[in-house]
Ligand binder design. Structure first.
Ligand code: PMP
Length: 304
């Protein structure tokens, strides 16, 4: 990732890609406290548009606030910087990674006295779980690792160290030949994927697990709106892994994963074992939306 042409926005200016570096004694590298986002921009007929940029920036600032990290830039500057990065790298559609982290002034647990840095990178990134996954659905395995308890790492923050848990789960699942991991909370109820929220469909009703231990996904909230517009009811409740085994359909949502059908969990086929009809409708509407083909929700598209 580091050895390529292009520009990264770093602490207020565009820096050549290879020069956007930090010291090995960076506090966040040692203690894992950095907050970040994953954002996507899509090519539309009216130009490239960043999807729900405002909501991503709000979540970034909320993550920083939860961890008492003082952001050195205001939201407007960060929003503008996203657009600048897309333009500077001449990207039509891309993934964006803003990150705020502590610098290398000091060691020791406390973040007091460490400077906050902000970087935003952008690069082309196709379907996170594969084009085939988007179309045919993926195979998922329940992780042996529980998702963080709400008072361990706080789930409203998109915090780097939370992802050590995601990595354990993902490596376990993918090492066993599955495409992605599903994590349960410490009580054993379904929380989320390693980097995705999850929905199931049973008897025409869309069900999502309570998000106590899960990230409040922006794609998830988008799906709430789109599903309601399509006339579906969404019920939020505690979900068990076997609720998913006997569901008619299931899908993951995420900025990277977009809307990815799940065709199998723990070697149990879900529904017909392919992308279900309601999932297909929601997925199609999602891609129409992000690609600027819907008249509704234009305010969710920030043109660069
Ligand atoms: N849960 C986790 C753990 C994630 O990493 C992500 C991706 N950011 C999501 C859910 C989905 O969130 P969003 O739709 O905002 O990308």
């Amino acid at each position: 990732m580091a050895d390529r042409d292009g520009f990264i926005w770093f602490d207020g200016k565009l820096v050549p890609w290879r020069e956007a570096t930090t010291h090995v004694l960076t506090h966040s590298l040692h203690y894992g406290l950095s907050v970040f986002e994953g954002v996507r921009a899509y090519k539309t007929d009216s130009g490239t548009a960043i999807f729900r940029l405002k909501e991503h920036t709000d979540r970034l600032f909320n993550s920083a606030h939860i961890y008492m990290m003082k952001m050195p830039f205001d939201k407007e500057t960060i929003n503008e910087a996203h657009k600048e990065v897309v333009r500077a790298n001449k990207l039509e559609s891309c993934y964006m990674r803003p990150i705020a982290f502590y610098g290398s002034e000091k060691m020791g647990i406390s973040t007091r006295g460490a400077t906050v840095h902000v970087a935003i990178a952008a690069w082309p990134w196709g379907a996170y779980l594969g084009d085939d996954g988007l179309e045919r659905g993926i195979r998922v395995k329940t992780a042996s690792f529980a998702r963080h308890h709400v008072n361990v790492t706080m789930p409203r923050a998109k915090l780097a160290s939370t992802y050590a848990n995601s990595i354990l789960a993902n490596l376990e699942a993918t090492g066993d030949g599955y495409d992605e991991a599903l994590l349960l909370d410490t009580e054993g109820f379904v929380a989320e994927g390693a980097g995705e929220n999850v929905f199931i469909i049973k008897d025409g009703v869309i069900v999502e697990p309570e998000i106590a231990s899960a990230l409040t996904g922006i794609t998830r909230s988008t799906i709430h709106t789109l599903a309601k517009e399509l006339g579906y009811t969404i019920v939020t409740k505690r979900v068990t892994r076997d609720d998913i085994y006997i569901a008619d359909e299931a899908f993951f949502t995420g900025t990277a994963a977009e809307v990815t059908p799940i065709r199998e969990l723990d070697n149990r086929t879900i529904g017909t074992g392919s992308r279900g009809p309601i999932t297909a409708k929601i997925q199609a509407r999602f891609f129409d939306l992000v690609n600027g083909r819907l008249p509704e929700h234009k305010d969710w598209l920030a043109y660069v």
